[in-house]
Design a protein around this ligand. Sequence first.
Ligand SMILES: *Cc1c(COP(=O)(O)O)cnc(C)c1O
Length: 394
Amino acid sequence: MMNTQDVIALFDKYVIANYGRLPKVITKGLNNKLWDLEGNEILDMFPGWAVSGIGHCHPKVVEAVQKQVSELIHIDNTFYITLQGQLAKMLSERAFGGKSFFCNSGAEANEAALKLARRHTPKEKYKFITAEKSFHGRTFAAVTATGQPKYHEGFLPLPPGFVYVPYNDIDALQEAFDDEVAAVMIEPIQGEGGVHEATAEYMQTIRDLCDAHGALMILDEVQTGMGRTGQWFGYQHYDITPDIITLAKALGGGLAIGAMMARPEIAASLVPGTHASTFGGNPLACAAGVAVIEAIEEEGLLDNAKQTGQYTREKLEELKEKYPIIDHIRGKGLMLALQLAVPGANIVGRCLEKGLRINCTQETVLRFMPSMTVTKEEIDQAVAILGEVLDEEE
Ligand SMILES: *Cc1c(COP(=O)(O)O)cnc(C)c1O
């Protein structure tokens, strides 16, 4: 039997050290709880970086995957499979009637969106406008779209054509726009960048400028999609319709899946031979995706994201009143952040020691992104632990 130190030693020797990992080996997850190798229970308020959006090992997902795994695990996209068609229909009906391309991750979904935008628009359009502090993934184009210099370090020169503008800055957007722009890509709420919401006016301006210049509006909904904000997709809080959205994270209830959904007349530009993914839209991932959407509807989880999101926000506001190191709370639904006046990594580590998992991004932003199945009791428990840690911090 290996213990935690043994597993860490194994990683040190054989796994590339490209992640800063917390010193715990996780062996089991159920709904909003995790267990480590020593049997300690952890309350998970950041499940799988928003992947486990309906909790760990949701019974509907488990059942759907167990059934599918014994029938057909993989078949290539040379053939049709029912589940991929069904999942595409379910997504289309809950968004803007788009058509989907399936892949395996958020970065791949964004790659597909960028390629489609280039291919669909005239040759002279080669530019992409993205936002500072954005996060779009780690493949070469996705990381280039990511408007954070720290993620570009050591990888220059990057693919050409990307232009960065400050988020929510309408003047800067107007200034950056010209007829060479193929698309604007932004997150409705920046996630990794620290939970910053686009204003309604900003979204409308993007839509108007894209229409005026024949460019496409791509929304990266990899984190905001699948209900976390209380709507199926983040854009549905606004009065606009995008041309393309990208999804991944919570779409598969834990299985690897990504999707790029485009308005049908734009999607038509991806004819055979223009783009592909070997594993994209495989039977297991699609079975999981269908189960996720059904579970969200059967269990009223969009409503829970709104209600419990509001409740969490109130509880976090109470913490803010008590602890001056919390500057303010921001976010929507179950995508919430505490802006600290100090670095938060230490707080995350101490919470974990007390059995609570949260996240810190951009050094001073604590992120609360529990699953949509989270209860008020679990929020109370989480806030109590965070309070204890902040008590010690004062
Ligand atoms: C996580 C994330 C990505 C990247 O997804 P991967 O599956 O890691 O490639 C892209 N965009 C946003 C908004 C994300 O939160």
